[in-house]
Write a protein that binds this ligand. Structure first.
Ligand SMILES: [Zn+2]
Length: 272
């Protein structure tokens, strides 16, 4: 017999895969400013409309052996990857929920937050932009949610939740804006990515100012390490623009899932 906890995790995995499938649509259509609902999904190579049985998350990719059934052109592995990643995120959050408890709305918000960061990551890789729909929309939802569900910020006061969210929004976007101003002044060329500034504002509104700093710090380290490897392997050249959004997003996910634990470990290490 499957335990109820395992069943919840399995259902979350399947649900996550379906959400991931919709996120693939967002990643493809948001930067092109196309409707997210209509027309139905089609093969980007031949335009063949995708039937329901070709559109089952995770399964279809394997069944079709990574090829369009109509034209035989390969389907990007990324569709499968985004679905799997989202499914794993949902399963992991469900596992946390079944083991440590908490409120369902907060878990759903966390899932939505991570989903929007995954969408940002791939759009930024492809187009070097972060859609305002996500950064502004996400920040707006984070502020409202912080008022309605103040436990997001570890408090029971609605006003305090709202205040912490607004503080995070200002500190997150303000700190990166300031860094951009300094960078532009030092390097004598435009070092400002306004998309990243808005994104860190959204992260701060959701996670609070401390975790906005944490995301910036973790994202910078990750970005530096990856860029270093891309440089020495010749994948990018000195002076090439590297999008920061994906690393900032990764930093924010680490902050959301493990930030508090890492912070406690750090304090213990400093103060013994
Ligand atoms: Zn095709």
């Amino acid at each position: 017999m499957i335990s109820p906890e395992t069943l919840i995790v399995i259902i979350a995995f399947i649900f996550g895969a379906a959400i991931g499938s919709f996120m693939n649509v967002c990643i493809y259509r948001l930067p092109l400013e196309k409707s997210l609902v209509l027309p139905r999904s089609f093969c980007p190579k031949c335009g063949h409309q995708i039937a329901w049985f070709e559109n089952i998350p995770l399964f279809s990719y394997c069944l079709l052996r990574c090829k369009c059934r109509h034209c035989g052109n390969p389907i990007s592995f990324r569709y499968f990857f985004v679905e799997l990643l989202t499914a794993l995120v949902f399963a992991y959050l469900a596992l946390l929920y079944t083991t440590s408890g908490g409120s369902i709305p907060v878990f759903l918000l966390k899932a939505a937050f991570i989903c929007s960061l995954i969408v940002v990551t791939f759009i930024d890789f492809d187009f070097q932009i972060i859609p305002n729909e996500i950064s502004y929309g996400g920040a707006f939802i984070a502020v409202i949610a912080s008022f309605l569900l103040p436990e997001l910020h570890g408090t029971s006061s609605h006003i305090r939740g709202l205040g912490l969210s607004l503080l995070g929004l200002i500190v997150g976007s303000g700190s990166l804006y300031l860094l951009g101003v300094i960078g532009t002044w030092v390097f004598k060329k435009d070092a400002m990515g306004m998309g990243d500034v808005k994104l860190l504002g959204m992260v701060g509104a959701f996670l609070g100012w401390q975790m906005a700093f944490f995301s910036l710090f973790a994202g910078s380290i990750l970005g530096a390490v990856v860029s270093f490897f891309l440089l020495i392997t010749g994948k990018v050249k000195m002076g090439n623009k590297i999008p920061f959004g994906p690393y900032l997003s990764a930093g924010a996910v680490v902050a959301l899932l493990w930030g508090q634990d890492i912070f406690k470990l750090y304090l213990k290490w400093i103060f013994g």
